[in-house]
Structure formats: C-alpha cells, structure tokens
Ligand binder design. Structure first.
Ligand code: ZN
Length: 259
C-alpha cells in the first residue's frame, strides 16, 4: 500500500491510501475538501472511499463536499456528529481497502469514539498516538488513553505510525522536560529540528521510535514515573496515573498553542 500525504489547515495531515498501479485511493480524515480535490486533480486518481478516525471537525469537515463530488462509502465511528458515515465501525472489524484489509482498533481517550486502523506494516492513529506525544483528553480518561496507547505500542516495532498532526517538534521538546537524560530522545529531537527547518514532515515514525522516546508510551519507565512524581509532589504509580500527571503537565506547558 502506498501512503501519500495531503496537508490541511496549519498542521493536519490527510493520508491517502492506494495500491501502486491502481487509479483509486481512499482518504483518511479529510478535514478540508479543497486540498484533497487539488491532489486528486493533480494525480488524476479517483476517490473510492473515506475513512474517519474520530468526529472532530478538522478531521471530518471536508466529507460533505467530497461525497458531493463522488458518492463513495464513508467508514468511521458511530457518532451523532457523523451523519455521513455509511458503515459504522467497531473494535475488531476488518475493513477492505483497495485490496488490503485494515484492522479496526477502538482507541478512546482523545474522544470516546476514536478508532485507529492497522494495516500491513503501518497504523493510522489520528489524534490518539502522535509522533512524540498523544492527543489531549477531551472526552476520555487517562486510563482509556493509556489502554489505547498500550494497544498501539504492542504492534510490531517496525510498524510505521501515521498520525493526524505535525506536532512532533513541540512534543519532543516537552518529552525532554520529562526525560532530560534520554539520549534516544535528544537524538530524535535533533533530527526532527533539521527536518522541520527544511520544511519536511516528521511523520511517519515507527512504534520502536515511539517506545524509545514518547513519554506517553513510557509511563512504566522509572525515569518517567519519577518525573511524574516530582511534578505532582507525591509518589505516583506507573501506568495510567503517571500518564494522567504527564498529560496535565503538558496541557499547561503548551497551553498557548492548543496542543
Ligand atoms: Zn481531534
């Protein structure tokens, strides 16, 4: 499966899936129809379907216009805000996408309805797992987010992680506050800074890279648990309680940027 990137708004990624040598593609989370239409026109490829990870407008705002252009199936969570969904997906479902099959994983935390899609060697994580971070807890609990991240972390280490936003540099700068001695993290931040300076994307990453550097996947590591305990002023147990402290810490740390 070939995966192309269409940028939207300031930092959203709309992923376009299509087998090589096929003139059909499926788009994931089209928050804006305009860049998708432009991409389809430029490549001469045809839209065959739409996949949705969660109901937020920056992931769904372009659906109405795109299905106005071509009546394609829309697969996503069951949610009142998503009237265009033609097939409601649940955890454990398998979705045929142009000759490949994607596994549907329920990954609540950022929202209650959030889904991730795991394919052969890649996973689409929307606003659950970001490169170097995780989504804000808008509807779900820290316990749910921790469970969701642990499911994604259990995928094979080489799995490429396609998330919904380019937040990596800010995420890693925060991660370094949590784990200043993490050498893999320092190294990654340096590489990401070079990429961003050149205007390049930092996505996809891999599950292995996230396991080594993403504090939200490292809530069982002594260094991260100690940082959470220092931050909260009392001893915090590893796991979702550590995640809750780190998430709150990051909410105040990046508050002006809404991440
Ligand atoms: Zn979202």
């Amino acid at each position: 499966m070939k995966i192309d990137r269409v940028g939207a708004f300031t930092d959203n990624y709309i992923w376009v899936l299509g087998p090589p040598n096929d003139d059909h593609v499926v788009v994931v989370d089209p928050g804006d129809a305009t860049p998708v239409r432009r991409w389809l026109k430029r490549t001469g490829l045809q839209l065959a379907g739409i996949l949705i990870t969660h109901h937020h407008a920056d992931h769904t705002g372009g659906i109405a216009e795109l299905i106005g252009d071509a009546r394609v199936p829309v697969l996503g969570p069951s949610r009142a805000e998503l009237p265009f969904v033609t097939r409601e997906l649940r955890d454990g479902d398998r979705v045929p996408v142009l000759g490949t099959e994607l596994a549907v994983l329920s990954t609540p935390g950022h929202t209650r309805d959030h889904l991730s899609f795991a394919g052969d060697g890649f996973v689409l994580t929307g606003d659950t797992l970001f490169a170097g971070g995780c989504g804000r807890l808008f509807e779900g609990t820290a316990e749910q987010m921790h469970g969701s991240l642990m499911r994604l972390a259990a995928l094979p280490g080489a799995t490429r992680v396609y998330c919904g936003h380019e937040y990596t540099e800010a995420n890693l700068r925060f991660a370094l506050e949590v784990e200043p001695e993490n050498l893999a993290l320092r190294d990654r931040l340096q590489r990401v800074r070079v990429l961003r300076h050149d205007g390049s994307t930092t996505v996809p990453s891999t599950v292995d890279e996230e396991l080594a550097t993403n504090p939200f996947l490292r809530c069982g590591e002594a260094t991260v648990v100690a940082a959470a305990s220092r931050q909260s002023g009392h001893r915090v147990p590893p796991g979702h309680e550590t995640l809750a402290v780190i998430r709150r810490w990051k909410d105040s740390w990046t508050a002006p940027y809404g991440r």
